[in-house]
Design a protein around this ligand. Structure first.
Ligand code: ZN
Ligand code: ZN
Ligand code: ZN
Ligand code: ZN
Ligand code: ZN
Ligand code: ZN
Ligand code: ZN
Length: 591
């Protein structure tokens, strides 16, 4: 459903039309599968209702249900329509309904209020009241309005809006939301509003495939994915994140690896380890003293000399075998081993961390560099030259950014993949070594090519002759293809030979996307003449702002084609848009 984006594509496409280049642009080199358009959707405050109604509508139509029953069912099945249908097929309608607490009454109008002529007794407060002061739920249980209201207020305040059960003993039925809204609204309008908001937000809170964007301050959006929750996505606010764990995008690290890595980086424990390995406190002034050289007699700046082995204060002279005024001779091998081990672990961590950090830093630097490169492009475009097409610069930059990410996150991945913390018993040492070499070979190849690409993009091509620019252009295009392939291969290796070969693989990684992290498209809420056909109760939160909010919604792809979304972001100027990393990759890559 990229309907609404099509104008943008035309827009970018046209910028390329007057290319005087005889050479094919990299589009032909990149063998990317034809795009289906993003399957991830941004759900805004405005489109939340429509998103929810899409699912409600399906269930209502399939089971000929009223809206509030459909909602109760969907809340029970956590908005998983497929699961709901599976239960229907497996257990039948009656079980499906009773498990979710839905009691469908065949005859209409059995609920609210009962005829005023007949008086009845409320079993809760034991008062005899006229029928119009009583309310009967779908399940058949009737109580007085005061008792119901009190019950609802308590439940809403307890945060249980989404499943308020009937008051009758052992009755499993979920109360009709219209009754709740009506009774609570009479005395506590604010609470009724809260109730509606909870119902509406259930679509996000209870839905495995929908999550709030983790931006701070919060952009107000939620993201809905299809099929695969192990993916990375970009919200319309520009924040990119791992859909599964909501932290920054970290593929090819698994969520667990990333969490461990972040913790490790945060922990001062490594530094603490370093200090314990390399220093000992002076027995006199307690400052940490570093040992330099092999001699076990160390001295502090305070003048105190002490024995490195036991930490005890000593005299200042020593012989080969003993230190003056001191005879410990203590040498605990075990202790030494522990020290060695801590040292080795620390060096290992430092090895991976240094490389991880180097690429993260390069990424930051190169992101800043895009301004400078933009300048070079505009200078080049103004020159008297037969070269007009500089889209290769942009494509090269995007490739550089994407591969930098992969590279930097590949280090924490390797740290855990080949370390002992997670997969100690999964591989023999021999296997581990072979696999590590395989992976490191790929990593190094990728690294070398990424650095080359970076170097070419930094060249002052705006001062070069056409021939030289063409040469750089060819290098950039070729390297981009090579790098894309190498990234692809690295992920294949991870999938097939590394994580894929584990007995018990609980590590899912977001797949490699040649075009970068997918930008979620806005869920189409089209303004059309078609009125809402919902038969159920209109949520007050919807009615209250009906002037602003769209009441109609689309259910299929046929409905929203060519319909301009009112929330379509404004077109940016050519320069700004050209280098905007947050643009959908397919728009940019068409240049
Ligand atoms: Zn009562
Ligand atoms: Zn009941
Ligand atoms: Zn956001
Ligand atoms: Zn994650
Ligand atoms: Zn000292
Ligand atoms: Zn000495
Ligand atoms: Zn000693």
């Amino acid at each position: 459903m990229e309907d609404c984006g099509s104008s943008d594509e035309d827009y970018y496409y046209s910028s390329d039309r007057d290319s005087l280049d005889g050479l094919e642009n990299e589009d032909s080199d990149f063998q990317w599968a034809p795009s289906k358009g993003p399957t991830t959707k941004v759900i805004t405050k405005e489109s939340l209702l429509a998103a929810q109604r899409e699912d409600l509508r399906r269930v209502m139509e399939m089971l000929s249900l009223r809206e509030h029953h459909a909602r109760t069912l969907l809340i029970h099945y956590r908005w998983d329509v497929e699961k709901l249908l599976a239960v229907l097929v497996e257990k039948g309608k009656t079980d499906l309904f009773s498990e979710a607490g839905v009691s469908v009454v065949e005859s209409e109008g059995t609920e609210t209020p009962m005829s005023s002529s007949s008086a009845a007794m409320c079993d809760i407060c034991m008062e005899e009241l006229p029928g119009d002061k009583m309310t009967k739920m779908d399940c058949g249980h009737a109580f007085c309005n005061d008792c119901w209201t009190e019950h609802f207020v308590v439940k809403i305040n307890e945060g249980q809006s989404k499943r308020i059960r009937c008051m009758a003993h052992k009755c499993n039925a979920i109360c009709d939301e219209a009754v709740v809204r009506n009774l609570v609204g009479k005395r506590h309008p604010d609470l009724a509003e809260k109730f509606d908001r909870f119902l509406l937000e259930s679509y996000i809170e209870d839905n495995r495939m929908v999550k709030w964007c983790p931006s701070t301050p919060h952009c107000g959006n939620a993201i809905r994915v299809e099929d695969d929750e192990f993916c990375e996505v970009e919200c319309s606010c520009g924040v990119q994140f791992c859909f599964s764990c909501l932290s920054e995008a970290h593929s090819p690290c698994s969520c667990m690896m990333w969490e461990l890595w972040m913790k490790k980086c945060r922990d001062e424990s490594e530094t603490v380890n370093w200090i314990t390995v390399h220093t000992k406190p002076c027995p006199k002034c307690h400052k940490p003293v570093e040992k330099n050289g092999g001699c076990n007699l160390v001295s502090c700046i305070c003048g105190q000399a002490f024995c490195w082995l036991c930490g005890g204060a000593t005299g200042r002279d020593h012989t080969w075998s003993r230190i003056a005024g001191h005879s410990c001779g203590r040498y605990i091998e075990d202790c030494e081993k522990k020290t060695e081990r801590a040292k080795r672990d620390l060096y290992r961590y430092m090895h991976y961390h240094n490389r991880y950090k180097a690429h993260t830093d390069s990424f930051k630097l190169e992101s800043k560099l895009k301004e400078t490169i933009l300048e070079k492009v505009s200078i080049s475009e103004e020159r008297e030259s037969r070269l007009r097409d500089f889209s290769w610069v942009n494509n090269g930059l995007l490739r550089l950014f994407r591969s930098r990410r992969v590279l930097s996150y590949s280090y924490p991945f390797a740290f855990y993949m080949f370390g002992e913390e997670l997969f100690k018993d999964e591989m023999t040492n021999e296997e581990r070594e072979i696999k590590q070499h395989l992976f490191e070979d790929q990593q190094q190849q990728l690294e070398a090519n990424v650095e080359k690409l970076s170097k070419f993009l930094e060249e002052p091509f705006d001062q070069y002759t056409d021939d030289k620019v063409m040469e750089i252009r060819m290098h950039v295009i070729n390297l981009s293809v090579i790098i894309d392939n190498l990234c692809q291969k690295m992920y294949e290796c991870i999938d097939n030979d590394l994580l894929g070969s584990l007995q018990l693989n609980t590590h899912n990684i977001a797949p490699y996307k040649s075009k970068g992290i997918e930008k979620a498209s806005e869920l189409a809420v089209c303004r059309s003449s078609k009125a809402s056909t919902t038969t159920g109760n209109c949520l007050p939160s919807d009615c209250g702002t009906s002037g602003k909010r769209d009441r109609s919604f689309s259910f299929g792809s046929s409905d929203d084609s060519g319909c301009p979304s009112p929330k379509q972001p404004k077109k940016e100027s050519y320069g700004g848009g050209f280098f905007d990393l947050n643009l959908p990759a397919e728009v940019l890559d068409r240049n």
